[in-house]
Ligand binder design. Structure first.
Ligand code: MG
Length: 370
């Protein structure tokens, strides 16, 4: 089988502005994503999604389409799409960075592998280690009363775990977590995500205060500048620390483990350049005695499916203790899939079809195409 064409489709699906995420790195209120279709000479088509945002990876839909057409497609046209590892190495050699774009291509290659094998990806990856993927909700860094309202809404939807965005201003951060805890009661698991917004001393002081409100993890308390910062914070707070912005590549994961900078690693399909990199990070975490969750860039359906397969099949992802952020359907005004993923409040399941198991709704893709 040979790749004959790589199609890039820029889309922009509006985010429900009532729940748009504000955090320590600004606001995520628009998703300039790209859908990828890899065509083959045997008629099979692989689907991928480049879930890129400028303030995460420095990519957007203009750069993604340019990079695919100029650098990546010429490496892939004519190649056997089932040689995922080999083609990923080729992509890494021809172009530095642009990991979310590479991940969108790699996702489409894996979709083709699954379709050739006739197996859902999680089964190709070794089979399910769980019956479903536990998920949590993410509360925007809004004023306390508004954050508490959203938290109550999330509990009403059925979420039993959530995290609150902090790292914006310490007094407001403490007040927001307190308001959320008072609104949801003692039985909902609560974490915080500072998105690197605190200096180390502020992080230590503020996390200790927030611990009064029953949080059980602190995500990316300090900026991803120097791992010794996060290692210092980790030693001086009573809850596990999660690395998100500090972790892109498998090499980053090794550095975090060696520095003792985190207890939990937040894997994205995009950050290391694809599903394979995510699986390698999960394996490294397992070897280092750490655990992982799956974090989110508010993916649409195609990439959400990839996240679900990854979490379903990875023993290094401790989704029961640290539920994953597979949340797209709760944030967008529409999805682009012909059949929605079985995602509900607190759980996500794969579709039991080969590859990613998803198909696009062509009318909706045309409607949201940029
Ligand atoms: Mg995060």
């Amino acid at each position: 089988m040979q790749i004959t064409q790589i199609e890039s489709i820029p889309v922009r699906v509006p985010i429900n502005q009532a729940r748009a995420i504000r955090g320590g790195r600004g606001v995520h209120n628009v998703s300039p994503f790209v859908l990828v279709r890899i065509h083959t000479d045997e008629g099979l088509i692989g689907l991928g999604e480049v879930s890129c945002t400028p303030n995460w990876s420095g990519e957007d839909q203009v750069t993604a389409v340019h990079v695919i057409e100029t650098y990546l497609a010429p490496q892939l046209i004519g190649a056997d799409p089932t040689q995922v590892e080999r083609l990923s190495t080729k992509m890494a050699r021809v172009l530095a960075g642009n990991v979310f774009t590479k991940a969108g291509i790699e996702m489409a290659l894996w979709d083709l592998v699954g379709k050739v094998a006739g197996l859902p990806l999680y089964r190709l990856f070794g089979g399910a280690v769980r019956d479903f993927v536990p998920t949590k909700f993410s509360i925007s860094g809004l004023e306390p009363a508004r954050a508490a309202e959203i938290a109550v809404w999330a509990v009403e939807q059925g979420f039993r775990t959530m995290k609150v965005k902090v790292g914006i201003e310490p007094e407001q951060d403490v007040a927001r977590v307190r308001a959320v805890r008072e609104a949801i009661g003692p039985n909902i698991r609560l974490g915080i995500d500072a998105n690197g917004g605190w200096a180390p001393r502020v992080a230590i002081q503020t996390i200790r205060r927030i611990c009064d409100y029953g949080i059980y993890f602190a995500e990316q308390p300090v900026a991803p500048l120097d791992l010794t910062w996060m290692a210092d914070v980790r030693r001086q707070v009573p809850v596990p620390v999660m690395a998100d912005e500090s972790l892109y590549t498998i090499q980053d994961a090794m550095g975090i483990a060696r520095a003792g900078a985190a207890d939990i690693l937040s894997i994205y399909v995009g950050k290391g350049g694809g599903l394979s990199a995510g699986r390698k990070v999960a394996a490294l975490a397992e070897a280092a005695g750490l655990t992982c969750t799956v974090g989110s860039n508010l993916e649409l359906g195609v990439a959400s499916a990839a996240m679900i397969h990854l979490a379903m099949a990875s023993s290094g992802i401790g989704a029961e203790e640290f539920p994953c952020d597979i949340l797209g359907p709760f944030f967008y005004e529409a999805d682009l899939l012909a059949e929605p993923l079985p995602i509900s409040a607190g759980s996500a399941r794969p579709l039991e079809r080969p590859g990613l198991g998803v198909e696009l709704d062509e009318e909706r893709v045309a409607h949201y195409r940029v």
